[in-house]
Design a protein around this ligand. Sequence first.
Ligand code: KG4
Ligand code: ZN
Length: 335
Amino acid sequence: MVILGIETSCDETSVAVVKNGREILSNIILSQDALHRRFGGVVPEIACRAHLESITGIIDGALGDAKVKLGEIDAVAVVNTPGLIGALLIGVTAAKTLCVALNVPLIAVNHLHAHIYANSLEIDKIDYPTISLVVSGGHTTIFLSESETKHIPLGATIDDAAGEAFDKVSKILGLGYPGGPVIDRIAKRGNPEAVMFPRSYLEKDSLDFSFSGLKTAVLYHCRGQDLKTPGLRKLLEREVADVAASFQEAVIDVLVDKLILASRMYNVRGIQLGGGVAANSRLRFKLEDKSKEIGIPLYCPSLRLCTDNAAMVAGLAYKMYLEGNVSDLDVEAVT
Ligand code: KG4
Ligand code: ZN
């Protein structure tokens, strides 16, 4: 079964063609980073317009790369939630249009569940249940996953997402957007113990997260405590690397500790990571270490499948289709 998947929930326009939920025939990802960079974050109206301008060309490109004709598509999958409403609408409208024109089923996919499925695109067999963490620019959510399609949320951020904290701290340090990859790189040259930034665990055994206090602590550290002084004091290159490494360590300590706590609480058979921040090299290293310690396998998608892409959408849609989970054509985009 050949499924065409569409992903436009945030600032990547992506279309993929995937066979039987596993074989990626094509996966085109057009990043809008260059459009949003000068604003230091995603501007919803710009994202929406850029999706609109590029979606038809990318659909053509994905079919061409896959060497598949429109008439050979058996179903169309699209992310309809969560995301920026205007951005989601472009993908949902394109998907519905294709379904009407081709007379094929529509499968509406949850973006967070698709991030978890990125692991199944590459790994033959994952033993369930797992604890799954989707950690991205918009979300930091822990799930108890009972299968590839069944995910029960256990906790989430109560303020900033982890990726959002990376992006904001990068802005404070003058490192540009998106912040995650550049902090990951620069932190390698810094000392993660240079500054003891706060780690917020919330109440005992909580699986929720909070990163806004950490972001503020970084801001105060960089400005000096004297908030009357305008602007940021100029940090030396060495200091920037130390702050980046110390901030990154604070985020990762909390993510790792809560994942291990959740794995013990629910007695699971694996831990799955997904989302842009899952590409972080220090997170992968520390979690690999901890999961070995407790004897639970860790699954992380390869770097290109961590960030937003449509292959994970078309892949998950295949499993949903097998379970009879197809959508009506009046399915809505939900923010
Ligand atoms: O999943 P994604 O592509 O989009 C959302 O659904 O939000 O994630 C994007 C986020 C951005 O905040 C970016 O800074 C972060 O993932 N990111 C990283 C790394 N690569 C991307 N964060 C930390 N370390 C990285 N290597
Ligand atoms: Zn995402």
